[in-house]
Design a protein. Structure first.
Length: 421
């Protein structure tokens, strides 16, 4: 029997933080109390540090198998552990794509070998993750994947998505949807707004996102399928999801820190500002913030999408879509939302740990469950240096950005997989 006693930390209680001790026995949270004494336990002093349930990111691109020059499971999960994440959900734009059991097992083997935290892979919705063509065999995949997504591509056919939802409903699985109408893209690569028109760039209209959100909500109404919308970026998407929730439909959604902090007015001629969906207008950003505050938006994901330096060095037009976000998401949200009194820190924990845990069916943070925890020094302050990222992807619009709070430890089943104190 192995015992670890975390002493004097500010421990998340579910509705706030209290200075308490936490006893971990054989990897599980055994007791939380003001004072715990146990001669058999290894004591670790956490005075002044905050103890959170491990962060959960429902949207991460790990790139392995197939694109290890961008990221590997080892580097991606170490970057996540460095940042307080204990669980991440990996997206399916891989080679081979996880569209059969055989292909998923390639990824699972690599996860078993190299992951330092929990990784939950998604399976594809369509064969080859094409957003069209033939559906995967959902029944054969259901025991190997956390849900089904064609992230990076929207499912274009109404009938195809309807059939996918019916199958997922029958299996108790969630559709995790990248919403994008291909016919409305028109070669765009940043938001179809003022910056695009003033600087000669091709824009991506907001309707390319919200029109498919609207369609899918109608299909949820028809099928009853559990449905999660990836990285929403428009005010119309927020409004549609708010109304769907008021109707009682099983709809959830995420957004990412860059859509909440930046808008197209902040764009620069730099590939670090290019992602999909793109940075939208100031009005969209304000609607997303309101969606965070009123509970329409369930969780903060990173859409961590690492690329090589060469792929991100070709400006807005020709750089690859995607930025790296795992190592800075919580500090960015803490700095811009908690410190600026937009939301309390307890709300941020809900958005980045409790809610995604619930949405994706993970075990809750509770006595008797695994001690998957994050330890933060919330009075730390530093300047982001992307070159120091553990992730192989170094591209972020937040490089040299000043932030507060820093992860100093991450525990998986009571064992530190990252620790600086």
């Amino acid at each position: 029997m192995k015992k670890i006693l975390l002493k004097k930390g500010l421990v998340f209680s579910g509705c706030g933080f209290e200075r308490t001790d936490m006893l971990i026995v054989d990897g599980k949270i055994a007791k939380i109390a003001t004072r715990i004494h146990d001669d058999e336990a290894e004591e670790i002093n956490l005075m002044g540090l905050y103890v959170l349930p491990g962060l959960v990111d429902v949207h991460v691109h790990l790139r392995e198998p197939g694109f290890e020059y961008k990221e590997t499971i080892e580097t991606g999960t170490k970057a996540a552990a460095h940042s307080g994440y204990t669980d991440i959900f990996s997206m399916p734009n891989l080679s081979p794509a996880p569209d059969t059991v055989e292909n998923v097992k390639v990824q699972l083997k690599a996860i078993d070998k190299d992951a330092v935290i929990h990784v939950h892979p998604y399976g594809c919705i369509t064969m080859g993750q094409k957003g069209e063509g033939n559906l995967v065999d959902f029944d054969s995949l259901k025991d190997y994947v956390a849900g089904f997504s064609d992230d990076g591509r929207g499912v274009q056919s109404d009938d195809l998505m309807r059939e996918a939802m019916k199958k997922c409903k029958a299996l108790g699985k969630t559709i995790v949807a990248h919403c994008e109408v291909n016919s409305l893209l028109n070669g765009g690569y940043i938001h179809d707004g003022v910056y695009a028109s003033e600087n000669g760039h091709k824009g991506i209209c907001s309707e390319s996102e919200w029109r498919q959100v609207e369609r899918d909500i109608n299909l949820v109404r028809e099928t009853g399928c559990s449905y999660h919308v990836c990285h929403i970026s428009t005010k119309e998407s927020v409004d549609l999801i708010r109304k769907a929730k008021a109707e009682g439909l099983p709809v959830t959604c995420e957004t990412a820190p860059h859509y909440l902090i930046l808008c197209d007015e902040d764009l620069k001629e730099d590939g670090a500002y290019k992602m999909n969906p793109p940075l939208r207008s100031k009005a969209d950003k304000e609607a997303l913030i309101e969606g965070i505050i009123d509970g329409t938006i369930d969780c903060i994901a990173t859409d961590h999408a690492p690329h090589s330096q060469e792929e991100k060095s070709k400006g807005l037009k020709d750089s690859a879509f995607g930025i790296s976000g795992l190592e800075i998401a919580f500090p960015l949200m803490f700095t811009h939302f908690v410190k600026e009194n937009k939301i309390p820190v307890e709300k941020l924990v809900q958005l980045m740990s409790i809610n995604p845990r619930r949405i994706m069916g993970l075990k809750p943070y509770a006595i008797g469950e695994d001690a998957d925890l994050a330890v933060f020094n919330i009075i730390a302050n530093y300047t982001i240096d992307a070159e120091k990222f553990i992730s192989m992807g170094k591209s972020t619009p937040f490089n040299k950005h000043k932030v507060e709070t820093e992860c100093v430890g991450t525990l998986i089943k009571g064992e530190f997989v990252y620790r600086t104190f």
